[in-house]
Ligand binder design. Structure first.
Ligand code: MRU
Length: 357
């Protein structure tokens, strides 16, 4: 495999001077600011309010949240410590329901705590090390996803026009990104002409975050409103679609940001390959198919309000699911850190590897 890894200097969750530091993603692109998080309840609220968002980034943030909660516990009695840690885990799990990386990371932290048979201070130390490992592993994972994605992109034309939905970039991971990791790898390899970024109503992660990441690195990006994607495909303006995922069921059905399903349908109609780029930690083998994936419902104000301006008449009602499920048959491959895999082969190829992590 050729080495074309590029870097991104965007790290949404870092550990600095005894605190977790988050890029405040609600402020981008207006300003790049950070918030210091010193306790787990503040971390839980940061996840709920989407200061940190994107499935792998939520997992990393929750892992640090677990450590922050553990650090503040005063008991030195192991059983009592583990009991109180379980309550902290429950608070963090309750923040957002769809991205399985959150549950995966919290579970990994719970297991890390139970694995230490020593004093509470030793458990706390191990929890910080585990959170840091989750962060650094995810960064490496994203770089591998980028490399594997590059191998399965269409070979023609030489320089591709890639459409993506929402933000599956450095901001949504420990850094580098999943879908945007593939984009970054393609850019570094001279195989990218431009990114089409769906704006991604209602929260505009595509227009605000994906476009911002591309602009930071000089990657040409064209923002389109969500309802323009099919038209762009029909006009021959798109060569491939690459999106991220919040939870993938065992059969390959994939939950991602609302609107992903309609992009996949349009891609199928125009014979454009549709790829999902996601780490193994996003695959939930306990779910047979996508019908069992819990879909987060968010506040209607995300639809009826932009800033202080009200867009809709009083008296209307709203429906605001944050994610939808793309059926596996619309997905050409799931690009993981272990390679690009047909959805039907996910379980046979990856279940054993998941058990070993
Ligand atoms: O609601 P968000 O912004 O957390 O949703 C994010 C997405 O849907 C991303 O596409 C997904 O988490 C993949 S991130 C690598």
């Amino acid at each position: 495999m050729t080495s074309t890894t590029s870097t991104s200097a965007i790290y949404p969750v870092t550990w600095q001077a005894d605190a977790a530091v988050l890029i405040d993603q609600t402020r981008i692109p207006a300003e790049l600011t950070t918030v210091r998080i010193e306790d787990y309840e503040t971390m839980a609220r940061a996840i709920e309010t989407m200061i940190v968002r994107g499935a792998p980034a939520i997992g990393v943030a929750a892992a640090y949240g677990m450590y922050l909660g553990a650090r503040a516990l005063t008991t030195s009695e192991r059983a009592e410590f583990l009991r109180q840690l379980a309550a902290i885990a429950q608070r963090l799990r309750a923040t957002r329901p769809t991205a399985v990386n959150l549950f995966w990371a919290v579970e990994r932290m719970v297991q890390a705590a139970h694995a230490v048979d020593g004093p509470v201070e030793q458990i706390k130390h191990h929890l910080l090390e585990t959170a840091q490992a989750i962060q650094t592993d995810d960064l490496r994972t994203c770089e591998l996803i980028g490399q594997h994605g590059l191998q399965v992109l269409p070979t023609q034309p030489e320089r591709l026009r890639i459409l993506t939905h929402c933000n599956a970039g450095a901001l949504a991971t420990a850094g580098y990104g999943t879908a945007l990791g593939v984009v970054r790898a393609a850019w570094a390899a001279g195989r990218l002409e431009r990114v089409f970024a769906d704006e991604t109503r209602p929260r505009l992660q595509g227009a605000k975050l994906t476009a911002w990441e591309c602009v930071q690195e000089g990657i040409p990006v064209t923002i389109i409103t969500d309802n323009m994607a099919a038209h762009c495909m029909q006009q021959g303006m798109v060569d491939a679609v690459v999106v991220g995922a919040d939870r993938i069921a065992a059969n390959g059905d994939t939950a991602n940001k609302i609107g992903t399903y309609s992009v996949a349908l349009a891609a199928k109609a125009h014979h454009i390959p549709f790829f999902v780029a996601a780490p193994l930690s996003t695959i939930d083998f306990s779910l047979i198919d996508g019908r069992q994936i819990p879909i987060e419902q968010r506040h209607p104000s995300e639809i009826y309000q932009v800033g202080d301006a009200q867009l809709c008449p009083d008296g209307a009602e709203f429906y605001n699911p944050a994610f939808d499920v793309t059926p596996a048959e619309l997905i050409a491959a799931v690009v993981t850190e272990f390679g690009a895999i047909a959805p039907a082969d996910l379980q046979s190829t990856l279940a054993a590897k998941q058990g070993k992590r």
